[in-house]
Design a protein around this ligand. Structure first.
Ligand SMILES: [Fe+2]
Ligand SMILES: [Fe+2]
Length: 362
């Protein structure tokens, strides 16, 4: 007997969306199983497992989930562009464009490395650490873009420089980007060519260089928003350095003699490439016109005048040397020989240079 409350509810009942006449039997299905085609493509991207061989990498990855800053929230409003001369703006924007050859290629470079790590079925911790570095590098690239556009709207190339120094900056930037694109074609080949330990040794060089550079720029810059940016980027780079060290501690002792020799060569290549920002660009890699260095020196002087902390050539040499010696003391105990870097008075092995297979990045 329906109560008063349920009267009329029958008509509101909804039909279940699916009705089976008979449920399938698992046993029957198993009897008809068809095997899936074997995955024959070695470079398939599917992670069949989430193994962690280097727990330290996972710990650093956990710390990196929140980098603790974001380029959009830097105090850009404190940048007094109006109080700078046009040449000072061109000069500071020029330095950010120079940096972007290294830092703004970071997202694509590490994203590529991450895909590669998936393809060759590296441990989960390596895949994740590449993702984290890619994320950070995207922030660094954003800072380059924001800085350039605050100082030279439409820059680095989409505006018309109005002074002589501005035109020199423009020409230099075009040459820098020409070399940046040469780096990318080399990197694409190198990433598939070298085993992970060799790649990480090369990345290590980039991270030693970048953490050194940003630390010095932080210390010597007086413009608050750039100081803050350098502090944060430098901290990220320090974390990237920890990623590299954590992995290399495990893999360097197992490196074959042949791979060790490759690392030595890669260090020489890294030095030549990274000198483009840490020091001055050597001609072994850098295709630049004769006007490049004199123009860059003028631009650097102008940027310094505005409180932007580019070190003097002498200090850069000293700084670069300290960084390189730091790298040398990390790898030498593992039997990796260091290349001679006569440009900054570092002794070592004389090695060939292959401009086509440069790996290092920031
Ligand atoms: Fe980095
Ligand atoms: Fe970076």
């Amino acid at each position: 007997m329906p109560t008063e409350k349920t009267t009329g509810m029958d008509s509101q009942l909804l039909e279940a969306p699916t009705k089976h006449e008979k449920m399938p039997s698992a046993e029957e299905i198993l009897g008809n199983l068809e095997e899936a085609p074997k995955i024959t493509d070695k470079l398939n991207i599917f992670p069949f497992e989430w193994r962690v061989e280097t727990p330290r990498l996972m710990e650093i990855y956990e710390q990196s989930r929140d980098p603790g800053w974001n380029p959009g929230q830097l105090p850009w409003y404190t940048l007094e562009v109006e109080s700078m001369t046009q040449d000072q703006r061109y000069a500071i924007a020029y330095w950010w464009a120079l940096l972007s050859v290294f830092d703004a290629s970071g997202p694509a470079v590490f994203a590529r490395a991450m895909i590669h790590a998936y393809e060759v079925h590296e441990e989960d911790a390596i895949r994740k650490c590449f993702l984290s570095v890619t994320r950070d590098e995207m922030n660094h690239e954003e800072v380059c873009g924001r800085a350039i556009n605050c100082l030279t709207p439409g820059g680095p190339l989409g505006y018309e420089p109005e002074t002589e120094l501005g035109r020199l900056a423009r020409n230099n930037i075009e040459w820098l980007y020409h070399n940046g694109s040469r780096y990318w074609s080399g990197y694409k080949k190198a990433i598939e060519h070298y085993p992970m330990p060799v790649l990480f040794s090369s990345f290590l060089f980039g991270e030693v260089a970048s953490s050194t550079l940003f630390h010095s720029m932080y210390e010597s810059t007086q413009i608050p928003v750039f100081r803050e940016a350098f502090r944060n980027i430098g901290r990220d780079e320090g974390r990237h350095l920890s990623f590299c060290l954590a992995l290399l501690k495990e893999v360097l002792p197992k490196l074959s003699e042949e791979d060790k020799e490759t690392v030595t060569k890669q260090f020489r290549a890294g030095f030549i490439f990274l000198s483009g920002i840490l020091y001055e660009p050597p001609h072994e890699f850098w295709q630049l016109p004769d006007t490049f260095i004199p123009a860059q020196r003028l631009l650097e002087e102008k940027a310094r005048e505005a409180g932007f902390g580019i070190l003097t050539l002498e200090k850069r040499k000293e700084n670069w040397r300290t960084a390189v010696v730091r790298l040398k003391t990390i790898v030498e105990p593992y039997g990796v020989k260091f290349p001679a870097l006569p440009e900054i008075d570092v002794d070592g092995e004389t090695v060939a240079f292959d401009a086509d297979k440069i790996v290092p990045i920031f």
